[in-house]
Ligand binder design. Structure first.
Ligand SMILES: Cc1ncc(COP(=O)(O)O)c(C=O)c1O
Length: 444
């Protein structure tokens, strides 16, 4: 097992706390660069909630969403599986001690070298949606357990994916299943992704109907179909819930896959990552625009705030993930909110975080807080113009820490209590992540 080289110790908290209090503490300690506060308990709670809502569906976390090693190793310790998109993600997950059977290489268009690496590492479950991917798999991973990815799009989604991936379940998939059989390849199941941040839940019912038909087509072609992968698309921001989508999935499973001999997995990304991360960014410059006369004759002011993280950093999510971010002042104030815009630190005019919002008057040196910033932010961020990408301050409740500490690939010095590093403790047993531990049981 590789021990993570954490730059910042995990903060172990006793008693109630919230991310904004932690941000105030860190800022009070003289911090100037942007940073995240990551609540590990949020991830554990969400895992627990998932298991309650969809006991039949095993979550395989989509690493692309946020490859923070502590997030990934926490999910590994809880017993989650993983959806990897590339060799590097496979290396991250296997390097943490996760066994290949708990991994799906769910990129339907893989570079051959990545496929060969997966095969050598013992990862055999891979997705495909085309004839050429079947031929490539035949050459580089003939023992693969293939999963056909079909297209079934939600009527609306934050990031639709169907335009790029998924064969047509009616006009293409049956032919591909037959071709796989002719090539001597093994197809074990069906997968789909309805779109990330899906705004329709009924789509899972339609997709499961297609999957049922294709289980039959697969069996008729000589495959033993036993794996159903319902993909991602689940909401993750604070205040959202998977209750409604779970009800749709559970009912569709009951209708189309009543036999529990079919293994059901999902590939949630933002569900686990989004709400656990709160970003703090500092205002380093302000600019007042000349006041304009509004229609009612009043003078309208507009302030530009420049902060030290932007669309080339964490806020790439505004461009790529179509996120609507919300800025909150770190310090509460009774002053009225006024029209303003929030800009990133680079010299590019595209680097605009919020073109039009309302904030109470702020000054250079003040901090802004952005919640729900864990999904599709950090892995994409770059230090363009020389501005560093934010570091993460992981925080965990002491009770949870006492359960998880031996399951993480961390040693005693990686933890701090009230800012004081913990005494050195010996590394735990050889490969603790091999044994899923249902931490939620210990928390009840
Ligand atoms: C193949 C695959 N699985 C899972 C996910 C995660 O999706 P979400 O974050 O919507 O759960 C993605 C996101 O792009 C994906 O491409």
């Amino acid at each position: 097992m590789k021990v993570i080289e954490e730059e910042q110790p995990v903060m172990v908290m006793e008693g109630p706390w919230n991310p904004v209090d932690v941000i105030r503490d860190v800022v009070g300690g003289g911090q100037e660069d942007p940073f995240y506060v990551m609540d590990l308990g949020e991830v554990v709670e969400r895992y627990h909630h998932w298991k309650e809502m969809m006991p039949r569906v095993e979550p395989f976390y989509a690493v692309k969403c946020n490859d923070d090693k502590l997030l990934v190793s926490t999910l590994a310790a809880l017993g989650a599986g993983f959806d990897c998109a590339s060799k590097a993600e496979l290396q991250l997950v296997t390097g943490l001690g996760v066994r290949p059977e708990r991994i799906i290489f769910a990129n339907p268009a893989k570079p051959a070298s990545h496929l060969r690496w997966a095969a050598a590492a013992g990862v055999s479950c891979v997705t495909f949606d085309s004839e050429t991917e079947l031929l490539k798999t035949k050459q580089h991973m003939p023992q693969a357990r293939l999963v056909i990815r079909i297209r079934c799009d939600a009527s609306s989604a934050q990031c639709p994916l169907g335009i790029k991936f998924g064969c047509d379940p009616v006009s293409e998939a049956p032919r591909l299943l037959k071709l796989a059989a002719v090539l001597g390849l093994t197809v074990v199941g069906v997968s789909f992704h309805v779109g990330s941040g899906a705004r329709e839940t009924a789509v899972y019912g339609r997709a499961l109907q297609y999957a049922r038909d294709l289980f039959e087509a697969g069996e008729a072609a000589g495959h033993r179909m036993g794996l159903l992968d319902v993909g991602g698309g689940f909401p993750g921001n604070s205040g959202t819930c998977i209750r409604e989508v779970s009800a749709v999935i559970n009912a569709a499973l009951e209708t189309h896959f009543p036999s529990h001999s079919v293994r059901v997995i999902a590939e949630p990304g933002r569900y686990f990552a989004a709400a656990a991360y709160t970003l703090a960014a500092q205002i380093h410059a302000t600019r007042e625009l000349p006041a304009k006369t509004a229609e009612d004759g009043t003078l309208e002011k507009h302030t530009m705030y420049f902060i030290n993280d932007g669309v080339y950093g964490s806020f790439n999510c505004v461009l790529y993930d179509h996120q609507q971010v919300v800025a909150e002042p770190l310090e509460p104030t009774s002053e009225c909110s006024l029209p303003c815009s929030v800009w990133g630190p680079s010299c590019d005019a595209l680097d605009c975080v919020l073109p039009a919002t309302l904030l109470p008057p702020r000054m250079a040196g003040d901090w802004l807080v952005f919640r729900d910033m864990g999904a599709y932010t950090l892995p994409v961020a770059s230090p363009f113009n020389g501005f560093p990408t934010p570091r993460v301050r992981h925080v965990v409740d002491k009770r949870l820490w006492s359960i998880l500490k031996d399951l993480w690939p961390l040693t005693g010095t990686h933890f701090s209590f009230d800012g004081v590093p913990a005494p050195q403790t010996p590394p735990s047993s050889p490969n603790p992540l091999d044994t899923p531990v249902f931490v939620e049981c210990a928390l009840k």
